[in-house]
Design a protein around this ligand. Sequence first.
Ligand SMILES: [Zn+2]
Length: 283
Amino acid sequence: MRLRGIRRSRNVEVRRGGGAGRGGARAGGLGLVGVLFVLGIGYFTGIDVTPLLTGSGGSAPSQQTTPVSAEDDAATQFTAQVLATTEDVWSKVFQEQLGRTYEPPRLVVFSGVTQSPCGGASGATGPFYCPVDEKAYLDTGFFTMLSQRMGAGGDFAAAYVIAHEVAHHVQNQLGILPKVNAARQQASQVEANALTVRLELMADCLSGVWAMNVRGLMERGDLDEALNAARKIGDDYLQKQAGRVPQPHTFTHGTSEQRARWFDRGYDSGQVGDCDTFAADRL
Ligand SMILES: [Zn+2]
């Protein structure tokens, strides 16, 4: 992705440590009920890019907050530039396709573990969007994990992950996220999972809409990097990688084939209206 000369978004919040163990101490002060409450909110409203990575061999969240280091600065700058492209694209798409004004989200860049109103965030849980404070949370270490451990390398793979989280904010702006969250709480676990899959595939499609609008910045191989990343975080692929037989009723993000196809669909048409997974007979 050609980012030279692209502005950096001012909506990035860098959390530089703030003292090791402070987050842990605060969690301890909540008491059991408080922790369960936070976890409950997190379960229903924290929307992450991948199925729970902890279930596929991810390390447990560490108890300390690691300061964002100098080597994270490149990742932070990259994130701020990609976020700026999402602001430009969605402002334009909202105006042209929806006749609305886009209010961009803030994006928290951290290292290690941090707190959010949707619960604790760590590299092990992966990036996610919290609708309570309308912020996306991104551990700078996730990019390394994506390329080295998950086999989804390339700058455009990382950009797709950022675009996917921003897509959840777009869903929130459009009122889709609150509706689906409410429906999930009335539903059985299997039904709730099925609703989540539709939400996630829509976010992948909206990421494709973003990609189509930044075609001018894309380099040879970028589209393949995004499609490969979408496949590497498919539920069936991750469950197989974890040595399990894929269990479709437990899927929350869709199969590799579905994730890549919905991204491609958004990329092909560039139309938000073509991303309505809730109207689709076949996902
Ligand atoms: Zn997601």
